[in-house]
Design a protein around this ligand. Sequence first.
Ligand code: ADP
Ligand code: MG
Length: 901
Amino acid sequence: MIDVSEKLEGLNWIARPKLLALRRLGVETVEDLLAHFPRRHEDRTEFPKFPREESDVPICLCGEVVKTSLRRFGGWKKIFEATLQESHPNALSEPLVCRWFNLHYVQKMIATGQRMVVFGKPRLRGKRICMDHPEFEVIENDEEISIHFRRITPIYPATEGLSQRVLRSMIHRLLNELPSAPAGLETLAPSNLVRGERREAIRTIHFPDSWEARDAAREHLVLTEFFLMQMLIASRRADASTRRGEKHCGAGALVDRFLKSLPFELTAAQSKVIGEIRHDLAASHPMNRLLQGDVGSGKTVVAIAAMLLAVESGYQAAFMAPTQILAEQHYDVLRRWLEPLGVCMALRTAARQEESGPLPLFERSENLGSAHLQRAGDGILPLRTFSETQSTSGAHYSRRRLPHFEKPWTIYAVTTTAVRRRALSPQARTIIVNAWRHFHNSRYELFAICVMPDHVHALFQPWPKNEAPADETRFWSLTELMRSLKSSTAREINRAEGKAGTVWEKETFDRYIRSDRDLAEKFHYILRNPWDAGVAKQNQDYPWIWTPQDEMHILGSSSPQNAATSTLQACAPQISADEPQIIVGTHALLYDSVSFSNLGLVVIDEQHKFGVAQRAQLSAREPVPDVLVMTATPIPRTLTMTIYGDLDVSTIDEMPANRGKIVTAVRDVSKLGEVLAFLRTQLQAGRQMYVIYPLIDESEKIDAKAAATEYELWRERLRPFRCDLLHGRIPGPEKQEIMERFRSGDTNALISTTVLEVGVDVPNATVMLIENAERFGLAQLHQLRGRIGRGEHKSYCILLTSAQAKEASEKLAVLERTSDGFKVAEADWELRGPGDLLGTAQSGLPALKIGNLRTDAHLMLRARAAAVSILETDPQLELPENQRFRRLIVEQQGRTFSNVS
Ligand code: ADP
Ligand code: MG
């Protein structure tokens, strides 16, 4: 008797290589294999005649291979062609040419005389009807032919080493060997939701007798899958509403002052949403609310109002943005509005840290230097302390005094090895850590050090020397620093160990840290090194690691506090005087347990980059903060029911009244001349513009080069107007200056990658030109377009495409037609086909095996209603008839959290 939870090994008839291939598909148990549902079915009972025209719909054909050939083109590239003849050809029959480019294995699989089933789109190529890269299956006339042919045949997601045929035979055999009512295949969904039995549905979905039977089976399985998902969501919600949180809502005086200070009236939608949030904040269970509103609908104001309510009741609020640029921009906006109200704020990003407020609530402790920390992931991120722009105004640094490979203001990763890999005793390791600490804050900023048994990793940034003349900054060079560190430690180690001789290798490997990401990676690498290298056991402490945070512990909380009394203390009794009331930062803030003492509300901007896993992190905090997530990407309804199913939804469905219209036009690059002329008229009229060019990956050198070329081009084109270049690799402070120049009107045009995408707000910018627009998704273009039309002037969004991208420009026409974000989102979703918009991975729900969030939306509605009604009558699932659901939820939960980490 087969148990469906049994491993496939236990069946004894699946060969080992096949088992491995199955594992690659995530199939390990009998149940997994049964749930390896067909991707589609082919009707192999009868085939259509060979086509004589092109078709955009893929078709399934059967024929005999009459000729094969291999041709070369363009040097080493090869085309393999197989010519197929219809089974019962007549005089008018055209052969079909199937072609594969550069696929060596195909030619080994196909031979003249074979009968084949192919699936693909027929195309006219010259005079021939061709199918390029069709899916195919060679028909073999053996006793198994009835499984593969002359029926509605399942086509599976396959993998290397596991052909359709093999997979199909396997599943067929498994179904045959299954007892008629196997344990573990009971019907899972309530009978008022699904028809028939689950085990029958599973049999039928694989080998249906008719299309109707297939559809019914699929509906059963999809409904079941959706039902389980909705039960999970509904139970999460039920949990959340029984969880106790704090009330985080003040009386509203502060908000009123804020709203009065605004130069505009709230829209009705904004007021409505603020009301909803206020209600949640005042309730004692934790808020989990999604705020959606198109770009420019004024979500920031709503967020501020929410934060002020929390602040007024004595809690801290955090505002998280997905990128640094955005965090900084929000910080500036918030400061402008909130400083006059006496709210104390702080910015926390990897590149910049700043406290603001009516009074500096504490001075930075000099002896701590600028050692500030931020938690990120499983570790702590060092924060950069210097930036070139901050520190070099007026002064110049003498490069001459640095070896050629060194740079001022740079962070180094250094690995120093003990000579001949000599093992460093624990005592020696302590000496080394102390030596590095000793010069910390006088010669360098030390971000992290780890002394391994025979080498040392350090991450640090040399500081300027104090004795340098005022007009010149001289840095401690790497050579000097390493020499003095090595010689002082060598002496001490030898003394301690009663030895003499060399301790260190001469060479010290080093590299620059090139980006914040690089910094974070190296930092984590160092912190994890002893465990990753196996020097320390997983649950064991390793004492020779040091970060500035340890220093803080060593020094205790000796940061001198400014005793100045603040107006804020009066209204924020629970936050100590040296803490900001509103903290703005990047999503990394989430992991920060250091900088919050009393977090009451978290606002997360631009939700779609922020998954359920992160949200779970937040609600795992004690005490639970209220959470407001904001998104400008309107989310189709089916998705809000699933991915955001555990959230309450507020929608701002109205734009502020003063908005100028945005006209969107798709233009071919050949029209660039006319477009330029138009751009000039706008610039001459005093408006500003953005040029966006697509760089998908912001990480590499090539991009920087492309950016520079792009920039030169546009500078020429727009001369004499002033341009600036913005891309992801520009360091934070410089980025800020660029944005500032643009905001103040010093530059007329900003040439940028999509770093501009979210949140940037310059009302005088009225033109946006997007190059290679076809490379972007509709939703993203809509986001970008939201950067203009923010003032009273009429705005223009020009989407440049090339003639080759005809299909793409058709899709872009959606943007010409509508400026409604919801419509764009729906269209975008449709265009992307069956794949789901955000991926269920982000949803914190088990991946869908058969259902499709978009096309099966109506089934989702039914499943949801069923789940909700069960949990409404029995929130704790205590009734006997509901016990089976309880078990399911627990099972699902287990799966969920293993795939969201
Ligand atoms: P988004 O929803 O895209 O985050 P923002 O909050 O950035 O939009 O708002 C866009 C601009 O609209 C800002 O300059 C903001 O000051 C302004 N704004 C917000 N609400 C209103 C309103 N009710 N009337 C007029 N302007 C508003
Ligand atoms: Mg915004």
